[in-house]
Design a protein around this ligand. Sequence first.
Ligand code: ADP
Ligand code: MG
Length: 245
Amino acid sequence: MTDVAEDAAFAGEPLVVVEGLRKVYRTGPKEVVALRDVSFAAYPGQLIAIRGRSGSGKTTLLNQIGGLDRPDAGRVLVDGRVVTDLPEAGLLELRRDVIGFIFQSFGLIPVLSAAENVGVPMRLTRTPVAEREQRIRMLLAMVGLEKHVNQRPYELSGGQQQRVAVARALANRPRLLIADEPTGQLDSGTGRQIMELIRAVVRSEGVTALVATHDPNLISLADTVLELHDGTLTTTSATPAPAPA
Ligand code: ADP
Ligand code: MG
């Protein structure tokens, strides 16, 4: 965890800008305000933990940023694109080229080997075979799985499966990593290793990472901690969004 002064290390152009985000879920006559006027910015090389109790709005926030859902008010910019205005085709491109997603349940394809899973995003971008094979090997070595390239998910431990998922998320050299409780199904030691891996990637590749977690062990590895409370950002260690031009 850092204070505001250390956040100044991330000055410059933000990769992610969130402005006045509001999301309301309506189920019949009932309304749940999942996000209330949420604003912050995230910079290249910054690892942000988003903390909050279950139901505080973490997943809703990440889904608006990743273009998986649309807010009722407010804007999200990622890499200069106004995510909240993009048509479906633009969102597909954004999710394919700019963002890598990591999920609590790993989300690997069961019939594919570790190497094939990592290769899926590169097939979508039609990366030439030789380059794809080389990057798969490099990524699986980076996450410590060079001896497991041909194993299927069920032949791997939970921690190993999440390492494959991290490698897959990095396949197309994303500028933004979005991870929703990536250690939620892992024991705390394994969870910490995954978070350390994410931090190493943030450092070496200069990507921005947004990680939702309520695991207190992981919070300490973040550069910045945002706290959500019933849909409201209550932290004081957030990097403030730049004033509108
Ligand atoms: P978290 O990820 O922090 O657990 P969520 O973003 O999943 O929180 O949920 C925030 C609030 O929005 C909760 O009150 C939840 O019940 C509600 N919510 C989330 N998704 C939906 C949905 N699809 N329909 C209705 N309410 C939802
Ligand atoms: Mg959630």
